[in-house]
Design a protein around this ligand. Structure first.
Ligand SMILES: [Ca+2]
Ligand SMILES: [Ca+2]
Length: 443
């Protein structure tokens, strides 16, 4: 008995120093965790030579303004008489840009002249006219030739401390004008033994690189993909690819959906989340492994697929019985649909057609399950309209498919990659006799 007590006592005396050593080792490990998680990785300023896609790399699409804006003055006469006016948000200020005619007597394929209010004072008499050059974009087969201008540096006349915003412009004729960052920040970062190539773009044209994306109510309520897209020009963008991967390699782009998704505070690489810190001038980035509180989204439909955006980046969800573990936070649904592979290996797809219903905005809470049933049974809603035309009165029947969460689907299913012919329509009388036959058309 005495011996046992002595043994216990001596063990206790030993365990204390051991614990102290363990605590010290733990503290050291926390201080000297892997270099990639702690060190700032420098990013070099690089000229954007070729835009990867039409709206990639943080380009802003600028719509034409009808007529001359009242507040704009000092337009040089050499700009010609055929003028198109555009406005862009540069450094948070509305800024005017004008496309004119090509110089008089110039060769047929000469770019029209361009002028921009680079000091943002509403006066163009203090600005230089810019000559453009023709540039091929998007390859020879599917690409097109655009008029390219810049780089031009924008800085407000009344704020000498604000950051320079350097942009190039691409004129697509009647289709409009795009403003793109002239420079980006690029570098390589090694995470868990894998080297990645990383590019930051000043997507919201304010001369800074730390404009992180946050899902907005406005974006979740937009039904059209184009309108959802415009929200992204309010934030900066990031591109992350496996270093030295062949461009065609499928897994080279981390986010397959887009080559330049919006910059988010957290990023997922190989199912591990990393917190991102960016120097405002884009000169360095720091990644640190992070544990996020997670919850569950359950859409109660094994064939569903969803593309969601949150502060943790893009989530492309499919499989696992329609149940996914996600970091807690607010998500905006970008697109959805149903996909099923039959016994013959044929993939059937029914794409969502814009209205995401209750799935438009999803809030995931830690350790909780959000149940939002989507998919079948689908409700078919037909709407008949009578339109009087030249050849008498016609009845038009439109059809909509709605799932359990109120999400709408396009009524043409895809068999593998091919869209099937639109469904047929029969109008029956009370006794089941066919009164009329019709065929839906995609519109
Ligand atoms: Ca000016
Ligand atoms: Ca920015």
């Amino acid at each position: 008995m005495l011996l046992a007590a002595r043994v216990v006592l001596s063990w206790r005396m030993h365990v204390r120093p051991i614990r102290r050593v363990l605590i010290t080792v733990g503290f050291l490990a926390a201080t000297f965790s892997p270099v990639w998680a702690q060190e700032w990785v420098p990013l070099e300023k690089k000229e954007v030579k070729e835009r990867r896609s039409l709206l990639g790399g943080g380009s802003q699409w600028l719509g034409k303004t009808s007529g001359k804006p009242a507040r704009l003055k000092g337009l040089p006469e050499e700009m010609g008489t055929k003028l198109s006016y555009f406005s862009a948000r540069i450094g948070g200020q509305q800024t005017w840009l004008v496309i004119g005619s090509p110089p008089a007597g110039s060769k047929p394929r000469t770019s029209p002249r361009f002028i921009a209010d680079t000091d943002q004072d509403g006066d163009l008499s203090d600005e230089k006219i810019v000559a453009g050059r023709k540039k091929r974009e998007g390859g020879w087969l599917f690409g097109r030739t655009v008029d390219h201008y810049g780089p031009l540096t924008f800085k407000p006349a009344d704020d000498a401390d604000s950051a320079d915003v350097e942009l190039t412009f691409q004129y697509y004729g009647a289709d409009g004008l795009a403003a793109s960052p002239a420079f980006e920040r690029a570098g390589d970062v090694t995470v868990d033994g894998q080297e990645y190539h990383l590019i930051l773009s000043d997507g919201n044209a304010d001369g800074r690189f730390d404009g992180f994306y946050g899902p907005s109510k406005k974006q979740s309520q937009e039904e059209e993909t184009d309108s959802k897209w415009t929200v992204f020009s309010e934030f900066d963008a990031i591109s992350i690819t496996l270093k030295d991967a062949r461009p065609a390699a499928e897994d080279a782009v981390i986010y397959r959906f887009w080559d330049t998704p919006p910059l988010t505070k957290t990023l997922r690489l190989k199912d591990v989340y990393y917190h991102l810190e960016v120097k405002p001038d884009g000169s360095a980035i720091r990644l640190a492994k992070t544990d996020l509180p997670v919850g569950t989204l359950d859409v109660g439909c094994a064939d569903a697929y969803l593309t969601l955006f949150s502060e943790c980046g893009l989530q492309e969800l499919q499989g696992s019985g329609g149940k996914w573990r996600l970091p807690a936070g607010r998500y905006v649904c970008w697109s959805l649909g149903l996909r099923l592979t039959d016994e013959a290996g044929v993939v059937w797809t029914l794409q969502g057609s814009g209205d995401t219903g209750k799935l438009g905005e999803i809030v995931i809470e830690p350790d909780k399950t959000v149940a939002l049933k989507m998919g079948p049974p689908l409700k078919v809603k037909t709407e008949a309209r009578q339109i009087s035309g030249l050849f008498g009165r016609n009845r038009y029947v439109s059809m909509g498919l709605t799932g359990q969460a109120g999400e709408s689907y396009s009524h043409g299913a895809y068999k593998n990659r091919w869209r099937l012919p639109p469904p047929k329509l029969k109008i029956l009388d009370e006794s089941g006799q066919v009164m009329a036959n019709g065929q839906f058309e995609y519109g």
